[in-house]
Design a protein around this ligand. Structure first.
Ligand SMILES: Cc1cc2nc3c(=O)[nH]c(=O)nc-3n(C[C@H](O)[C@H](O)[C@H](O)COP(=O)(O)O)c2cc1C
Length: 380
């Protein structure tokens, strides 16, 4: 199988077949089926919300490449009059810098430095993008999900329900068929903001926000909460996961915040922290999706061992072209090629190795990706 994998890796450098999960199943007996927000997807690799899900062209490329799902850029909620209490997050910034960042332990990884925040155009423009995404989802080409940042009050304040109601109703109108799938972002810049300086305040948000979104929606909602890396210890990350029981899925965890430079960052510090927390997280919780420094299939399996049923990437779609082994195709295709077919670090190689070691059993003659997440915490 190893030589077959090397052959596939070589030939797919020129073009990755869109139905590669079928090929992986037939050729290697590996079932890559995964889950995001309760939806079954053909494999675990999706795109995290951000600068790479801002327009229809990006969605088309992702659908053509065979990406499993895309979370649209985070839109800032507004009320009927267009007022946004989180307007400080709707700022315009186009420049991104892809750079090397060394972790505390001295390991060099990639990070994207960017001073922008949320969607900076109108809600109507966002809804047009969501409708384009819905067309792709209805055609079974790509699951596309919106992301929102809603009002977050201080402890003594009430939630501004008109923002929740108006924005969610507009999203539901564009979405049409229930359930409405939404991701709620708690971002790294929020973690760095004075608003998130108090633990009790964060815990209240996580406890109450899912209920507010459900109450605001004219359609039944399936909600993923993208948790931030708060400026507190690992135990508090677990407390945040516990507080957020009202969500249907948790995205673990958004980027770290560098208070000195005033920017969010990723790299190995991010994956080290995320995996450390997932390792001690209790087994009973909503479905998990991993995010942070996922640059190889092996790293996808690390997150799966922490209980994640899928993953969301941003940085690996932005590394220099010379860093992808593929020689042709879109960035999404080149990234998928390396993540799935790399003969040493790819997902197929990692799954076969788990099987060979007896760490993963075949069922119906196949190794199943979702079994890795299902086994998480069971051995420990
Ligand atoms: C430039 C940039 C913009 C981002 N914008 C958002 C955003 O608007 N909403 C969100 O939930 N996450 C946002 N993210 C976080 C990514 O979706 C992702 O979770 C995070 O970068 C960790 O994954 P990575 O290490 O693969 O980049 C952004 C990340 C980057 C690099």
């Amino acid at each position: 199988m190893r030589s077959e994998l090397e052959r596939d890796f070589e030939r797919f450098k020129r073009e990755l077949p869109r139905d590669f999960p079928d090929h992986v199943r037939a050729a290697y007996g590996v079932d890559l089926t995964a889950r995001y927000l309760g939806e079954t997807v053909p494999h675990p690799i999706g795109k995290g919300s951000g600068q790479l899900s801002l327009n229809g062209g990006q969605l088309e490329d992702d659908a053509a490449a065979g990406l499993a799902f895309v979370v649209l850029k985070t839109v800032i909620a507004e009320d009927e009059a267009g007022a946004q209490s989180m307007a400080a997050w709707a700022i315009h910034e186009t420049r991104m810098k892809v750079e090397r960042r060394e972790s505390g332990a001295g390991r060099a990884g990639w990070t994207v430095t960017w001073k922008g925040r949320g969607w900076d155009r109108s809600l109507d423009e966002y809804l047009a993008l969501l409708r384009a995404g819905r067309e792709l989802t209805r055609a079974s080409r790509l699951l596309v999900v919106p992301s929102v940042k809603y009002h977050l009050p201080r402890l003594a304040e009430a939630f501004r329900d008109p923002e929740y109601r108006y924005t969610t109703a507009r999203l539901a109108e564009a979405w049409r068929e229930p359930p409405l799938l939404v991701e709620k972002d708690f971002s790294p810049t929020l973690a760095g903001d004075a608003l998130a300086g108090e633990r009790a305040q964060i815990v209240r948000w996580l406890r109450d926000v899912p209920e507010r979104i459900r109450a605001a929606s004219p359609l039944p909602v399936r909600l993923a909460v993208k948790l931030m890396n708060a400026r507190f210890d690992d135990a508090f990350q677990i407390e945040m996961m516990d507080a957020c029981r009202g969500a249907d899925a948790l995205v673990c965890f958004n980027r770290l915040f560098d208070t000195e430079q005033g920017v969010a960052y990723g790299g190995w510090d991010l994956s080290d922290r995320n995996l450390r927390v997932l390792d001690i997280a209790p087994a009973v919780r909503p479905g998990l999706t991993g995010t942070g420094n996922i640059c190889s299939g092996r790293m996808i399996l690390e997150y799966a061992r922490g209980g994640c049923e899928s993953v969301q990437l941003h940085t690996f779609f932005q590394v220099p072209l010379a860093d992808y082994p593929a020689t042709q195709g879109s960035r999404t295709q080149r990234a998928l090629h390396a993540l799935v077919f790399h003969p040493e670090d790819g997902l197929v190689a990692g799954m076969l190795e788990l099987g060979a070691r007896g760490a993963l059993e075949r069922r119906g003659g196949e190794l199943h990706f979702l079994d890795v997440a299902a086994r998480a915490h069971r051995q420990s």
